[in-house]
Design a protein around this ligand. Structure first.
Ligand SMILES: [Zn+2]
Length: 393
């Protein structure tokens, strides 16, 4: 039986608190710059001394700098700004259909990007990604890190992509190969984990003070990223958050990536919604985005297909809420565009199915990161490492 070493746990806890405080201060500077130490302290309820200590650390590392504010009579105040352009990060978002490679500054602002078809041949795929990344490094220089997100399982210890179901790729050492090719540090994670990290670092204000939340990423499949204590909860071999394969019922409209018709993914993914639409209208080649557009244009079949998906999303989220009691749940992926159409059904299903547990209802939001959630996730892998590690605390 594994026992928890309490001494170790206490040290970890203190590190975690420092990490979270640093995250909070840095996010405040990013969002509200220029801002003074006193304002940060006032708005975050962190002590002045704690804020000053963190600000000194961040300054030492060249992440922020000071400017003189305007005087209102006395001594002009010292304000803080993010040194956003000081260094750049490259994000690589590998999705089942397309791959996007982009360069961004430390505030997550994309300055250059390109998108190409994802190649089902893993060697050809590496050549494409490698060429694109090398080109951006040549053009922009100053690239501090590369973040990669993939639609599959990544071992956080070895950084090996263990399995990408859509392409049946196994044990892909993409991160170390890319590092060898470029000499730049590479961070890699599952797309839902990375998207959750992006919400934490770059997401909506509602989530700024939330340190425990779940992100549900709906795409061709369905993945979840769990943020616990301001960090991604990985589990053994990075396999936590596989709620897309929890059993929801029988007879889903499609099978999940592993072939089951009982998984949440089989009921609530984009493929499930498209299958429901085809059940109503017969053969149709429309994409998920087109289906959403039709629903907004009052197409009954499209609206019904989306509402049924909203029901199953609510059902799954209610199960997650009962098990993990998060502070919030965020829905991400193209489905977020349909939020005004599905929010009512999703929330009422959630309310009905959470009643028996007596738990308070976690608020559910649509992601505000838009079409770039996964890409910003890949970039956040670099930002989180840079801001979190190596700062003397
Ligand atoms: Zn499954």
């Amino acid at each position: 039986m594994r026992r928890i070493n309490l001494k170790k746990a206490n040290v970890a806890r203190a590190d975690t608190i420092r990490y979270i405080n640093r995250q909070i201060v840095l996010n405040f500077i990013r969002e509200k710059e220029p801002i003074s130490r006193a304002e940060i302290s006032h708005e975050t309820a962190l002590q002045r001394s704690t804020v000053s200590l963190i600000v000194d650390e961040l300054k030492t590392r060249g992440l922020i700098y000071e400017i003189e504010g305007e005087s209102t009579g006395g001594r002009p105040p010292t304000l803080l700004r993010l040194h956003a352009a000081a260094s750049l990060a490259i994000g690589v978002d590998i999705a089942t259909a397309h791959t996007t490679v982009a360069v961004a500054d430390l505030a997550g602002r994309v300055v250059d990007r390109e998108t190409f078809d994802t190649d089902p041949d893993v060697r050809a795929m590496f050549r494409k990604v490698g060429a694109s990344v090398q080109k951006f490094i040549r053009v922009h220089g100053n690239v501090e890190g590369i973040g990669v997100c993939v639609p599959g399982l990544v071992d956080p210890e070895t950084d090996i992509a263990l399995f990408i179901p859509h392409f049946k790729w196994r044990n892909w050492s993409l991160a170390s190969e890319l590092h060898k090719l470029t000499g730049v540090p590479v961070a890699i994670d599952n797309d839902a984990n990375a998207a959750a990290l992006a919400e934490l670092w770059l997401g909506r204000p509602e989530i700024r003070d939330v340190r425990d939340f779940i992100l549900v990423l709906v795409e061709e499949g369905l993945g979840t990223g769990i943020i616990f204590d301001g960090q991604v909860y990985q589990g053994v071999a990075g396999a936590a958050g596989e709620f897309g394969h929890m059993t929801i019922g029988k007879g889903a409209p499609v099978a999940c990536a592993a072939g089951s018709e009982e998984c949440w993914e089989a009921f609530a993914s984009e493929r499930a919604t498209l299958a429901r639409y085809r059940q109503r209208v017969g053969d149709s080649e429309i994409t998920f985005i087109e289906l959403i557009e039709k629903a907004f244009a009052d197409d009954e079949a499209a609206k019904e297909a989306l509402l049924e998906t909203a029901y199953y999303l609510g059902l799954g989220i209610s199960n997650l809420t009962k098990g993990l009691s998060p502070e919030a749940v965020i829905l991400a992926g193209d489905i977020a565009r349909a939020w005004p159409l599905i929010a009512g059904e999703l929330r009422s299903t959630l309310a009905t199915n959470t009643i028996c547990s007596g738990l308070p209802l976690a608020p559910v939001f649509a992601s505000t990161l838009g079409d770039d959630t996964r890409l910003l996730g890949a970039l956040s892998l670099v930002l989180a490492r840079k801001f979190a590690s190596g700062v003397p605390a």
